[in-house]
Design a protein around this ligand. Sequence first.
Ligand SMILES: [Zn+2]
Length: 117
Amino acid sequence: MSTPFDPAAIVAEFVDAVSPFDPGPAAVVAVLSLRTARGEAAFRLSDHVLRAMCRALLSYRDPDDRGTCAGCGSRHLDENLHCRACGRLHGILGEVIARHARRVAADGSGPPTGDPA
Ligand SMILES: [Zn+2]
């Protein structure tokens, strides 16, 4: 369960943090309206603040984003870099397993059976 937060308060905090660094006259170039269960808010944004907000959004990466599966292109890799769609394992362990599987397939002998002679 995620922690409750107030999006309008966070936007206001962002605007307050960035506004002092606005190099030019703070002409309003955009109005951002925000309506949530907590209410409505409107933010009059200068070009400087709007650009900062856009850069912040573009640099965001979802904590669950662990890349794209090299096998099937799925974006859903679990915390062990295991693709939930096709089962391929990524990362160093996945590469070691894939290399071993290629070597076993190439020599044609298959995996050892463990059957003592
Ligand atoms: Zn996959």
